[in-house]
Design a protein around this ligand. Structure first.
Ligand SMILES: [Fe+2]
Length: 243
């Protein structure tokens, strides 16, 4: 399986307030391997307004972190590969960063994972997404189902997909960990064939481990036979630029 949303990198390089700890990163990778995950897409939070003039420094840190993590995994013989990426906060600076080559893409492809705001309605969302597309990037919305409770009802999953934007769904949402409303939207997006991939959104080995096989039943109930394979291999493979 390929998973599209994972915060393992915070334990490898100092990109967040979390203290790097190689043992935790290895534990997470081993949990993923045991679950049948072969490729982890590394998507640490990337919030340009908070980073200020440290954007390029952090982009480089993320690149080095993925390299270091892969070396570690090879040394420890953990059968998982990590590809780069980021969970990019939607903000008005994104088209400019894209033009400067400072927008981390998922794997070797042109997709960028964008996190839409849930606390307030961003009037510039549509424009920013469109400008990224014009610049040759393909936005993938992170855990779209979490918008279920957001004041952004204007953003319809179907409309996003019609505009060439892809949608990622979190496993924990499908399993009901974020409440009934979020679970319903997650299932609905899959039922209507609008999702392009799944993620664990793992933050640590204990409370949010990197497992996605646990939601196979929920995915297949919503999307039918073959939907789980499509969402955990075929589509993500294209998203990370390997198909
Ligand atoms: Fe995340």
């Amino acid at each position: 399986m390929i998973e599209l949303h994972n915060h393992i990198l915070r334990y490898v390089v100092p990109i967040h307030r979390t203290k790097p700890d190689a043992d935790v990163a290895l534990r997470m990778a081993r949990i993923a391997a045991a679950d049948g995950i072969r490729i982890i897409t590394s998507t640490p939070h990337f919030r340009p307004p908070l980073l200020g003039d440290r954007v390029s420094e952090v982009v480089e840190l993320m690149r080095v972190g993925v390299e270091r993590l892969n070396e570690m995994l090879r040394e420890e013989q953990v059968p998982v590969e990590v590809v780069g990426g980021a969970e990019i906060q939607l903000c008005e600076e994104l088209p400019e960063l894209a033009a400067e080559g400072l927008l981390p893409t998922l794997g070797e492809g042109r997709h960028v994972m964008v996190e839409l705001p849930v606390a307030s309605y961003a009037a510039y969302a549509e424009n920013v997404l469109f400008e990224l597309q014009i610049k040759g990037y393909a936005p993938l919305i992170a855990h779209v189902e979490r918008l279920a409770s957001a004041p952004v009802q204007e953003i319809e999953p179907e409309e996003l997909v019609a505009r060439g934007i892809k949608l990622q769904v979190n496993c924990e949402s499908l399993c009901g960990k974020r409440g009934r409303e979020v679970a319903h939207l997650a299932q609905d997006v899959i039922r209507r064939g609008l999702a392009s991939g799944l993620g664990s959104d793992a933050h640590d080995p204990e409370s949010s481990p990197p497992r996605i096989s646990v939601c196979r039943g929920a995915v297949e109930r919503a999307g039918g036979r073959g939907s789980f394979e499509r969402l955990t291999w075929d589509e993500p493979l294209a998203i990370i630029g390997r198909a």
